[in-house]
Ligand binder design. Sequence first.
Ligand SMILES: C[S@@+](CC[C@H](N)C(=O)[O-])C[C@H]1O[C@@H](n2cnc3c(N)ncnc32)[C@H](O)[C@@H]1O
Length: 223
Amino acid sequence: MPTATESGDTIEAPGNGRVRLRDRSVFLGKFLKQGVTIGSVTPSSRWMSRELARYVDPSRPQKILELGAGTGVVTRVIEDTMHPESTLVAVEALKDFEPMLRRSTRRTHLIIDRVERVWRELVALGPFDVVVNCLPLPSLPARVRASVLRVVDLGAPNSMYSQLTEFPLLFLPVYKRYFRNVKFVMVPLNIPPGGVYHCTGVRRPSSKLKRARERAARKAARG
Ligand SMILES: C[S@@+](CC[C@H](N)C(=O)[O-])C[C@H]1O[C@@H](n2cnc3c(N)ncnc32)[C@H](O)[C@@H]1O
């Protein structure tokens, strides 16, 4: 049972996917200042967190990556589900979320930086069996999207990519361009209602297209 503290926080058993009130208000404050970067008004619900962690397998060791860890609700659900010998790397751009992430996680290798700055480090830590992406892939700047796809591209043959969305099915054609197999699962109880794309078989771009994308990314980086 949750109980209220003097500060108004709820106390919950960690890892159950519930969000502390203070974390929720820090998240909302950041959204009001930096809406596009945060991408959501509130941290994921426990239903969303569990759906994002669907392919985290407690019965075997896996290498797991979470992009856009926020205050750590999904991170903690992954930690509590994963096999004791699994490893979890979580990347979050905003330093303000770091104390909450450190408080809510115990076994996660946290990287507080932007994915487009640390993708080489991530490639070296991979290949990953499960990538949970909480960044909105279709609306990311080309350079950031390219970094995410590079990390996913090096995934193990049966690796699973689970993508958070708050616009159910809207971007299905986009995900079908990036992955051979895409399954969408609706999470109606999330606020706002959203869902998860579970994808396998990342499509490797032809070398011509790859070079064109790299040129576009370099151009975008120069501003
Ligand atoms: C939609 S929120 C999801 C947060 C959390 N995983 C959850 O489900 O509640 C996306 C998170 O990605 C972070 N983010 C945005 N751009 C990023 C980037 N380029 N690199 C790393 N993290 C980023 C934001 O700061 C935000 O915390």
